[in-house]
Design a protein around this ligand. Structure first.
Ligand SMILES: NC(=O)c1ccc[n+]([C@@H]2O[C@H](COP(=O)([O-])OP(=O)(O)OC[C@H]3O[C@@H](n4cnc5c(N)ncnc54)[C@H](OP(=O)(O)O)[C@@H]3O)[C@@H](O)[C@H]2O)c1
Length: 306
């Protein structure tokens, strides 16, 4: 079967190659992959993982063969799933507790946007729950995580201020009470701040947290460090800085229910992932567009099964 394979040092960082069919553990289903999405963090993995490594975490598709231990969805189910790697292929092995059945009206392309970015949006926001009536600040709001976090926070009753790089970057955002072109320009204090740019953005965010508020730091897209001093919090006592990893933030058995929740939100129209859709053969070309902040929302790839 065809799969995306890592090719560091070559002109293209990844390429499509023939690979063996997946070998299934007893708790794994065989899934025919219809779409997948690319995350900023995976661009780094292309450089650090060896030749021949198989990337791919966010996938959607159809169960061809149910897990041998009879756990998880049956053959024929349309699903969204989070794999550790090797998901960007014609077929993938998926642990049954890492997948959820899709509502009929959710497209494979929409579903593929959900696992890493949607789980990160959902789970970072839980650090501020309940959100009803709270002010929430989200940096990197034009990106994969950010645009979904804006929508989920707004649906949960928060007043959301979204930070984007410029007017063009904010065009596709839904649900923000305010869209601001730089965290330095934001006024007032926030109960919850989701921060993923790092460096000067994190420093500016720390100055805008409320007393007892929470700053969730979950990325460092800028690559810049930030300095921190106890005295920075003199006017916002007992504010908290919370680091976050989507993979370990909650128990393994929470993946399926959270994926099902995200799929249901898409199904009922309250979450609309913004997609840049491409055939999977274009992945090496689209990677630099994501790196250079030219993708609105999520880069999603359709897998042709021919
Ligand atoms: N900890 C976790 O579990 C976890 C999970 C998922 C993602 N992440 C991290 O969270 C961040 C966001 O992920 P994502 O998938 O939403 O990425 P993305 O789609 O590339 O979005 C990142 C956004 O950050 C903004 N940004 C601001 N300063 C930037 C800079 N110096 N370089 C690049 N982008 C900058 C960009 O918007 P503008 O151009 O409008 O400023 C961009 O839209 C990434 O750093 C990613 O590695 C962490």
């Amino acid at each position: 079967m065809l799969a995306v394979v890592n090719t560091p040092g070559s002109p293209a960082p990844v390429e499509l190659r023939e690979v063996p069919e997946p070998r299934l553990a007893p708790n794994e289903a065989l899934v025919e992959v219809r779409a997948f999405s690319l995350n900023r963090g995976e661009l780094r993995l292309f450089q650090t993982r060896p030749e021949g490594w198989r990337p791919g975490q966010d996938i959607s598709g159809v169960v061809l063969q149910r897990a041998a231990d009879s756990s998880g969805p049956e053959a024929g189910a349309r699903i969204v799933a989070l794999t550790d790697n090797a998901g960007w292929a014609a077929r993938a092995a998926v642990p049954s507790h890492r997948m959820a059945v899709l509502p009929d009206n959710v497209r494979f392309e929409e579903a593929a946007a959900l696992p890493v970015a949607g789980l990160t949006a959902l789970r970072t926001l839980r650090h501020g729950a309940p959100l009803l009536g709270k002010r929430v600040l989200i940096t990197g709001a034009a990106g994969g995580v950010g645009h979904m976090a804006v929508q989920i926070a707004s649906r949960s009753g928060a007043s959301v201020t979204a930070i984007v790089g410029g007017p063009e970057r904010g065009r596709h955002l839904r649900g923000a009470a305010a869209i601001v072109h730089g965290v330095d320009l934001v006024e007032g204090r926030f109960a919850l701040i989701l921060e993923s740019a790092g460096g000067s953005s994190l420093a500016a965010a720390m100055a805008r947290i409320e007393a007892k508020g929470t700053i969730v730091i979950f990325g460092n897209s800028s690559g810049e460090p930030a300095s921190i001093n106890f005295r920075d919090f003199a006017e916002r006592p007992n504010a908290r800085i919370q680091s976050f990893s989507y993979f370990t933030s909650e128990a393994e058995e929470r993946f399926a229910p959270d994926l099902a929740l995200l799929a249901a939100l898409v199904g009922d129209g309250s979450l609309k992932p913004v997609l840049a859709e491409h055939p999977w053969r274009d992945i090496a070309r689209v990677g630099p567009e994501l790196r250079d902040r030219r993708i609105a929302g999520k880069a999603v790839f359709r897998v042709d099964q021919a």
